[in-house]
Structures are given as C-alpha cells and as structure tokens.
Design a protein around this ligand. Structure first.
Ligand SMILES: [Zn+2]
Ligand SMILES: [Zn+2]
Length: 381
C-alpha cells in the first residue's frame, strides 16, 4: 500500500529532522521545515492564534472532526548513538523519538490529502511543540485550534518494544506526574549538643522512610503508583547540625483517584512527621500532566480495526512516564498507542544512545492513516 520510494523519502526527512533537533518552545526551524512540506501538498494550515512554534493543519471538511497529533521537540542530551545522521546541534538530541512522530504524521498527511474525497469529516493534524516540558498541548488548546475536535489520536514510539509492533491498551496508559520540593526547617546547633537544636537531618530521614508507606500501605495491591525521592541536601560539615534540609522527587499515578489520594497522604505524612520531630515543613507542589487515559470504547474498536491490517498488535504494559497528550483527553475521548521502534533490551527513551529504527516509519504512517479512516467511520455511524 505504501511504496518503497515514499518510505525512502520519509526516511531522508526523518534523518534531516534528527540531525537538526530543537529544544521545547524553540522549534522554529522544525516548524518552518514541516510547514513547507505541508504547504507543498496543498494542505491548509490554520492561523497560529498566538502559538509560537508548532501548528495545526486540516484535511477534509465538516463533522465529525478528529485530530492526529505528533510532538516536535527534542531534549537537552548529548547524542551518543554514533549514527551517520546523529544530531548536529551539540547537546540537543531527539532522544524521545519525536522525529519519528512528526515524520510519520507528514507521511500520513500526504496520503490522506491524496484520498481527501474519501474523507467524511475533518482530520486535524497537530504538530505540537514543547511536549517535554509539559506545556505544548495546553498551548495548542489555549490557541483555540482544537475546540471542535471530537476525538484525539496519537502514539509514542517505544524503543524497548520490537520495531513495528503496535500496542493499544484502554484506561490509564501513561502516568500523571507530580513534582514535590520540601524544605524542612529546624534549628542548627553544635553536633555535640543536639538538645539545643531541632535536627532537620534526622527529621528528613524519618519523613522519607514514612513516605514509603504510601505505595506499600495505601495503594491497593492491584493498582500502581510510584513515589520516588530523588534529591536530598543538608548541612556542610561534620560537627555542626544545620538549620534546614531539603528533598525533592516525583509521584506517578494512573488515575485521578490515586493521584489525589497519594498527594493527600504525602502532605499528611510530611506534616505529621515534622511535628513529631519538632521541625517545620514547607511543601512546594508542582502538578505536571494528568494520566493519559484511553477511552475504553474507542480503544476496543480501534484495537479490532488495527488487528485487521496489522498482525503485530498487542496490549502493552502502561508506562510510568508522563505525556502531555493527556490534556487533549480532558476535551474529548482519546486514544494513545505505543509503537515499537527498536527491540527488547534496547536503550529506552531519553537515553543518549537511544535509537529509533527506520523500519518503524511505514507502520507509524499506516497507523495514522488507518486510524483516521476507522475513527471517522465509527463517528459517522
Ligand atoms: Zn520524552
Ligand atoms: Zn516523547
């Protein structure tokens, strides 16, 4: 169905994009490059409405309206893949494989445009900026470019799944992301006279130990959550007890109920333990993306449709990474797939030696195209 020459051209496009990665909110050249390709196909690009990078294009007209989304930003990582088409922007790398996502959406756009007369409705193509910093989806939504969309579809490549496999799973597939930063305020003293101070180090150690109860004792055994303390600092010498300590980390959950419960328990445990140790706690809470939730009905339908054209379709494990695609799910039902892009045991996303295999491109293009037609049929019924 997709010709070899077409895939070869897309492969060259991906290599070009991979060589020229740009950081979140700074994807100016990437945006210009993509726009040029989209315009060359005669596809309409919507006015930016203040969106600085990235854009939304559309094919077809009228209802129903669906959207296909690809993200376009890269990461501040020094590439160590040794590929002939490795990054030429030092210290910046497409280590999350967004180069694959946008290339496949470009390919799908071209194929869909050729079949525009078969499209009963509108397909919006979202080339989204700033996924890695969690602001891009919100910016696209705030620009009013997807208000009329009735269902959203996207995918993420997974280098640790065999190239070309498609994974579709319903409900929570990627985690909600919370970030915490806690300051423990005690009273410094001579190390030899701890009774004259209020030791923030012993208090912090107790708090971190007590926080382990949240996942072990409050999260039901068949549900999942992660609470990781990743950074701790206090004091600067061996014979003085410091005034304060600080620790930070993250919580990952897969639905709103767990998200709220783990946050509530976190705050209770930190504050109560602080009181027990005679210190004060200042909690800074930064909410990231919500969980990416796949609509069960749409997912079941799409799974059957996908299986019909692609044998290697499976139900994957959820991922405890975050994904700002979740924001679209707050507007309308959505489905986010995983597409295998290398092999079991390969380096995962965000690794400096992460490699997305070229053979993933054709499956990804076809996934976008088939999904668009399937879902328009579904919504027209
Ligand atoms: Zn990423
Ligand atoms: Zn990503």
């Amino acid at each position: 169905m997709i010709s070899k020459e077409f895939i070869k051209a897309l492969t060259e496009i991906r290599h070009h994009i991979h060589q020229n990665p740009e950081l979140s909110e700074l994807e100016f050249n990437t945006t210009a490059f993509l726009k040029e390709k989209i315009e060359a196909e005669g596809i309409e690009i919507l006015p930016s409405n203040g969106l600085k990078t990235g854009f939304v294009a559309k094919i077809g007209s009228g209802k129903p309206v669906i959207a296909l989304r690809a993200d376009i930003d890269a990461l501040p990582i020094l590439e160590k893949t040794g590929l002939s088409y490795a990054s030429q922007n030092d210290g910046i790398m497409h280590a999350c494989g967004h180069d694959l996502h946008m290339t496949s959406l470009l390919g799908a756009a071209k194929l869909l445009k050729l079949r525009e007369n078969e499209i009963k409705g509108t397909i919006k193509l979202i080339f989204q900026p700033a996924e890695e910093i969690g602001t891009g989806a919100r910016d696209v939504i705030a620009a009013g470019l997807v208000d009329d969309v009735q269902a959203f579809f996207g995918f993420h490549n997974i280098p640790t799944l065999p190239a070309g496999t498609i994974g579709l799973r319903d409900k929570g597939v990627m985690a909600a992301v919370e970030q915490f930063d806690v300051k423990i305020i005690g009273q410094g003293s001579h190390a030899a006279y701890p009774q004259e101070g209020r030791d923030p180090i012993v208090a912090t150690a107790a708090i971190i130990q007590n926080l382990q109860q949240v996942v072990a004792r409050n999260v039901p055994p068949l549900e999942a959550a992660v609470l990781s303390v990743t950074h701790i600092e206090s004091g600067n010498t061996w014979n003085v007890l410091p005034d304060s300590a600080r620790f930070e980390g993250t919580i990952r959950t897969f639905d709103e109920k767990m998200r709220q419960m783990t946050k509530d328990r976190f705050i209770e445990i930190v504050n109560a333990t602080a009181i027990a140790y005679g210190v004060k706690a200042e909690i800074k809470w930064i909410m990231g993306s919500s969980a990416t939730y796949n609509d069960p009905k749409l997912t079941a339908y799409l799974f059957e449709q996908t299986k019909a054209w692609h044998n290697a379709t499976l139900v994957p494990e959820p991922s405890s990474a975050g994904e700002d695609f979740a924001s679209y799910g707050d507007l309308a039902p959505s489905v986010f797939a995983f597409i295998g892009s290398n092999a079991v045991g390969a380096s995962g996303l965000h690794f400096a030696d992460m490699i997305v295999k070229d053979e993933t491109i054709s499956v990804a293009v076809e996934y976008y195209v088939e999904t668009a037609f399937s879902m328009l049929t579904y919504l027209n019924e």
